[in-house]
Ligand binder design. Structure first.
Ligand code: SF4
Length: 348
């Protein structure tokens, strides 16, 4: 038994769960290769131009799995994860979209998860998935889900403690756990507010974490926060959740907005994303109220890396200057905050 999982969309958050779950049921996982220029252009060539970048990337990953000869590919339809909290129409209709653009023979594992209209439970969703493999034993499925939660919880404990994404993922998949305390000193820290598929896909984000780290910037993201902290952030901005990914955007922005140790906020949004344009507008208004500098980077398949770097450098430079000025005004001991932006390599 083999299942193909596209390395895109909810993969970046949920893969640890499905790794533990499928492994416990004896189902082998085949992942698509990391996103490349080819993945992107193959995906983009099949959908209308207005489609957002993450969906184009997802289509490219499905094609990559078909090229690898995988005939069962996981394309769930995540409609709603909590009552009256919905995903965007592209995520909800992902199986329909794939069916209409990928005209190649394969079986799509298109289980639906809908907490609002169908009031479906998570186990029903899991049962629907493994039904494609002829597995119907409820106890077995429940036991396997416990294995999934184990891997997922270890992953989240590590990301919450500040372990970098790639390390946390690898450790969780290896069944290990590590907690780190970052003792490095960072003159500047920022919150990177975005969906995991925009910032942890190194091709889409043009390795933004590496670029910021090279500038001496400490980077926080939604994966460093618990759900409670993100709800706290939502309350801070006096917002309520409507979109399924509202917590990782508005909640995360709100939490770091009131955190005095965070110097600025960088949002990364995909061109053509409806929910992000609404959330971003509200976050931007509130950032003025909190006097928190903010930069929005919009990405699509035409985003040039040189321009991306220039905007990052200019923003970080401005944060350094702001900090320097505050330091001159307030401190007895004057520390010079100098940006380290001599040279940032273009990613390959
Ligand atoms: S939330 Fe935005 S970026 Fe994500 S799939 Fe929907 S439209 Fe695309």
């Amino acid at each position: 038994m083999k299942i193909g999982i596209p390395r895109a969309m909810s993969f970046y958050e949920n893969y640890p769960f499905f790794y533990g779950f499928f492994k416990a049921l004896g189902i082998d996982i085949v992942l698509s290769d990391k996103t490349t220029k080819k993945t992107l252009s193959m995906g983009a060539s099949l959908v209308v131009t207005e489609t957002c970048l993450p969906i184009k990337i997802f289509v490219g990953h499905v094609l990559n799995l078909i090229e690898k000869g995988i005939d069962k590919i996981f394309v769930p339809s995540i409609q709603s994860i909590e009552p009256k909290i919905y995903n965007c129409s592209k995520i909800r209709g992902l199986p329909d979209l794939i069916r209409n653009v990928v005209k190649k023979p394969f079986t799509m594992i298109e289980a639906t998860f809908d907490k609002s209209e169908k009031n479906q439970g998570f186990y029903e969703f899991l049962q629907e998935i493994v039904g494609y493999f002829g597995i119907f034993d409820k106890n077995k499925i429940k036991e396997a889900s416990k294995e999934g939660w184990k891997v997922y919880n270890n992953f989240r404990v590590m990301t919450n403690s500040g372990v970098p994404y790639k390390k946390a993922l690898q450790y969780a998949l290896d069944g290990k756990i590590c907690l780190t305390e970052d003792t490095n000193e960072y003159p500047i820290s920022i919150a990177l507010v975005s969906h995991p598929y925009n910032i942890y896909d190194e091709k889409a984000s043009m390795k933004i974490f590496d670029k910021l780290n090279k500038m001496g910037v400490k980077v926080y993201s939604a994966l460093n926060l618990t759900r409670e902290q993100m709800h706290e952030g939502l309350n801070t901005l006096e917002q309520s959740a409507y979109w399924a990914n509202e917590l990782e955007m508005t909640g995360c922005a709100g939490y770091y907005m009131k955190d005095q140790s965070v110097d600025g906020i960088i949002t990364v949004t995909s061109f053509g994303c409806g929910p992000d344009s609404l959330m971003l507008e509200r976050i931007t208004r509130k950032s003025r109220q909190f006097d928190k500098p903010m930069l929005n980077l919009t990405i699509d398949e035409h985003t040039g890396e040189a321009g991306f770097i220039t905007r990052l450098e200019a923003f970080i430079d401005m944060l350094y200057r702001k900090k320097r000025m505050l330091n001159f005004e307030n401190a007895d001991e004057q520390v010079m905050y100098q940006p380290n932006i001599k040279y940032i390599e273009l990613s390959k």
